[in-house]
Design a protein around this ligand. Structure first.
Ligand SMILES: [Fe+2]
Length: 460
């Protein structure tokens, strides 16, 4: 049973490629953003170190050591300035502590205390080098309850020329990222567009490749196998086939079609041979019909060629005309060979021969024109013929041709009891009767011209 396919293979391939490419684009975006954030954070840490080194230098350059209140003011002023300036970072707090870890200046009240000097605070004092924490620390504001992600940056400070101390900055990561995202929004949008377009291009390219490698072959296989199934046995897979399973499938379909075609031809040939045997049987019982059929076949092919039929049609016409009266094998010998006029009953039996021929030829599915010639060669252009009273172009062309050739041979062919009339006289009668309604008038005009040319007879 044929199951309807909702989506064709090419649409499915395009959809899969699009989904895969978009998933890839989303992953790339996410990954790129993560990488970018790490890089930006590293840059921010570097900038914060530069910023607090500037403050440290300012403190160290004071000729007189500053009092705690002055240091507090200085730190607060620099923090305020940093917020007003265009920076890519947000510093939350600044602390200044001495070599024992005691905080003695800061940017806000309540920050006093002692730093544990055995950790990185002590390292900064001891080695005199800046330190930036890798770990993110989460702090909760006791008043607002807001959780803040911070990273510490600490630089050494020279106090009064000799005494080392440390200046620590807490970087507010959330606020920093918000600043950066606000500034880099357009940059991120451009990246997103670039990755999206890249994904689309990739989907188009992969779809094209899949179509070239897979879909177009499957599409052709589908069409050819359907055509073979519908009886068009000469259909074949054409074009270059790939050297893989798909290509082998194409060759296998062609081999299968060739075998089916050969088997059908053999079967038809065997059937045609049976028909020839029947014709021989008819010849034995009615010598006139056999000779008449051979002449009708020859005249039909001449007319067919004269009006420009193709070789395949001429071959059908030749065989079909040769066997057009085969059904007469079922007519009694007494009626068939009766020289006197037939009775009404005898005539009715005689009129059954076209249908009997058509019945014999029915198994030749591929040559249905055979059956049509046999069934309708006694139909008339005006619809008064038999057996189906077809009219004009309802009668197939090949049957119309055989009808004219049949009449011509009946007029000009010799019989046991009378001689055929000379062509010129037969032509004169046909010309007179051309519009009588028995034959296709245009086809008959062609036939008359053809015979005149062939017999070198002058036009009347
Ligand atoms: Fe006939």
């Amino acid at each position: 049973m044929h199951r309807p396919v909702a989506l064709s293979l090419s649409v499915k391939v395009i959809l899969v490629c699009l989904v895969v490419s978009l998933a890839n684009a989303v992953w790339m975006m996410w990954h790129a953003e993560e990488e970018m954030e790490t890089a930006i954070l590293d840059q921010v840490k570097h900038q914060v170190v530069m910023f607090i080194q500037g403050i440290a230098r300012e403190i160290a350059q004071q000729s007189d050591p500053l009092a705690t209140a002055q240091l507090n003011n200085l730190l607060q002023n620099r923090l305020q300035e940093s917020r007003q300036d265009i920076h890519d970072f947000a510093v939350r707090k600044l602390y200044l502590y001495d070599r024992q870890g005691v905080v003695f200046a800061h940017t806000g009240p309540g920050e006093e205390g002692v730093k544990a000097m055995q950790g990185h605070y002590g390292e900064v004092i001891r080695k005199g080098e800046p330190f930036v924490a890798k770990e993110i620390e989460w702090l909760r504001d006791p008043q607002s309850g807001r959780r803040t992600a911070v990273v510490d940056a600490i630089v050494p400070v020279r106090l009064a020329g000799t005494v080392l101390a440390g200046l620590e900055a807490e970087i507010d990561l959330q606020e920093t990222m918000a600043i950066i995202q606000q500034r880099d929004g357009r940059y991120e949008a451009a990246i997103a567009w670039m990755i999206g377009l890249h994904a689309l291009l990739l989907a188009v390219l992969v779809s094209g490749l899949m179509y070239r490698l897979l879909v177009r072959h499957v599409h052709q296989y589908d069409q050819v196998t359907r055509a073979i199934g519908a009886g068009r046995l000469t259909s074949r897979i054409t074009g270059s086939l790939p050297a893989d399973e798909l290509g082998r499938l194409g060759y296998a379909i062609n081999d299968m079609a060739a075998n089916i075609e050969r088997l059908v031809q053999e079967q038809e040939e065997a059937y045609l041979q049976s028909l020839r045997s029947l014709m021989q049987a008819l010849e034995a019982k009615d010598a006139y019909t056999a000779a008449h059929s051979a002449r009708v076949s020859a005249f039909s092919v001449q007319l067919g060629r004269y009006i420009g039929l193709q070789e395949a049609e001429l071959e059908l016409l030749r065989k079909g005309a040769l066997m057009h009266d085969l059904g007469k094998i079922g007519v009694k010998d007494r009626i068939l060979n009766k020289p006197e006029p037939l009775t009404e009953e005898e005539y009715a039996e005689m009129q059954r021969h076209p249908q009997q021929t058509a019945t014999i030829m029915r198994p030749l599915h591929r040559f249905k024109e055979f059956g049509e010639i046999a069934a309708w060669h006694h139909e008339r252009w005006d619809g008064d013929g038999y057996p189906d009273r077809l009219r004009a172009e309802q009668i197939p062309l090949l049957a119309r041709i055989v009808s004219i050739a049949d009449t011509w041979d009946a007029m000009t062919g010799d019989r046991v009891y009378r001689k055929g009339m000379p062509p010129q006289r037969a032509l004169a009668i046909l010309e007179q009767e051309r519009l009588s309604g028995q034959w296709d008038p245009h086809l008959l005009a062609k036939f008359i011209t053809m015979i005149r040319e062939k017999e070198a007879l002058p036009a009347s």
